[in-house]
Design a protein around this ligand. Structure first.
Ligand code: FE2
Ligand code: FE2
Length: 360
């Protein structure tokens, strides 16, 4: 309330003389409204809430306690300070008034300086509280906005880290972006909630982060790998899991599972642990399918790009062997979406801006 604007008080009393006394004390400093019954008081408050209410207790019909009870039960009016003004001075009445949420209690016959002082004090308190609440709301809003931004930044960093690791053997880094989008697609199809699928998308982008630990002469070797060299390649899941580490954040837990187990096979013939079936976390089973699909369908210096139908045929053949049969079925049923993602994030597509990479 600004200083130039007068606060509005509502005086509620069924006795005209009492109203006159209070009005005489307060009307010079405040805009004063009058109600001669509890019912009328509630109507006036509902129409235009005053800044403070002076409330008589003993009234026919809706008495002061009931008025106070209703005001405090209503979210829109509970903040209005209520001062009981009554001839009753007994302790139990005061206790009930305070229990109902009254701000203060003045006993009749009233003393003008006390009435003025109490009204002024409670308006000031109410003003302060209102200011504080507004400040808390603003700060909370600011905090939520910066949290969201920070969260987004973290996720983008995961994506870019994944792309950086992929850059050595896949110069565009788009393999990572496609794997992320395919993973989200398959995650949603298999029942993930949108938010979870979104985390899966980012987590999957870290699947080959452990390749950082594989030397160039092996990772980039043009010819066939020796058995020893392949053993070095097979270390990348464990290196990746170690790089990601142990964290509380769900996206990092997922990322670690994916990095560690994306080369496990449904039939137990994969690496590094030879897990089989549903012992392999579902996020890793999802990435296993989409990672192979994308590797098949994109060009590499040593191989041509397979047509989607050939890659689908191979994946179908591996259902129940390499891949989870249920997830395979779902993936193969989404050919249109799969093709759309492949085109949108193709190696020749411009790398999308950082904040839109992930939203097809
Ligand atoms: Fe891998
Ligand atoms: Fe990959």
């Amino acid at each position: 309330m600004s200083n130039t604007e007068k606060n509005t008080l509502l005086i509620v009393d069924d006795t005209p003389e009492n109203i006159d006394v209070l009005r005489g004390i307060l009307s010079a400093d405040y805009t004063v409204k009058i109600a001669n019954s509890g019912q009328l008081a509630l109507k006036i408050v509902a129409a235009l809430p005053p800044d403070l209410i002076l409330l008589d207790v003993m009234m026919p019909g809706t008495d002061g306690y009931e008025v106070c009870r209703q005001l405090k039960a209503n979210e829109a009016t509970r903040h209005i300070p209520v001062i009981f003004v009554t001839a009753l001075g007994e302790a139990e009445d005061e206790t009930l008034g305070f229990e109902l949420g009254a701000a203060d209690y003045i006993v009749k016959p009233v003393s003008p300086p006390i009435v003025r002082a109490r009204v002024r004090a409670h308006l000031a308190l109410s003003d302060q509280r209102h200011g504080l609440e507004q400040m808390v709301a603003e700060r909370t809003g600011d905090l939520e906005r910066s949290n969201r931004q920070l969260e987004k930044t973290h996720l983008i960093m995961l994506q870019q880290l994944g792309r950086a690791a992929d850059y050595r053997d896949n110069e565009t880094g788009m393999h990572i972006v496609r794997v992320g989008n395919f993973s989200k697609l398959l995650g949603l199809a298999s029942g993930f909630l949108e938010a979870q699928a979104e985390l899966l998308m980012y987590a999957s982008m870290m699947h080959d982060i452990g390749k950082i630990g594989v030397p160039d002469h092996i990772l980039l070797k043009p010819g066939k790998l020796t058995v020893e060299e392949f053993e070095v390649i097979k270390k990348h899941p464990e290196i990746g899991a170690e790089i990601i580490g142990e964290h509380d954040a769900e996206v990092l837990k997922m990322a670690k599972q994916i990095a560690l187990w994306h080369h496990e096979k449904w039939n137990g013939q994969g690496y590094p642990h030879g897990l089989s079936g549903t012992d392999i976390p579902v996020v890793a089973r999802i990435v296993a399918i989409v990672d192979v699909f994308d590797a098949l369908t994109c060009v590499r210096p040593y191989k041509r790009a397979w047509p989607v139908e050939d890659a689908f045929a191979l994946i179908e053949k591996e259902a129940g062997q390499h891949f989870d049969p249920e997830l395979t079925k779902m993936f193969l049923s989404m050919e249109t979406e799969v093709r759309r993602i492949a085109v949108e994030y193709s190696d020749t597509a411009d790398a999308p801006p950082e904040n839109s990479v992930v939203h097809p």
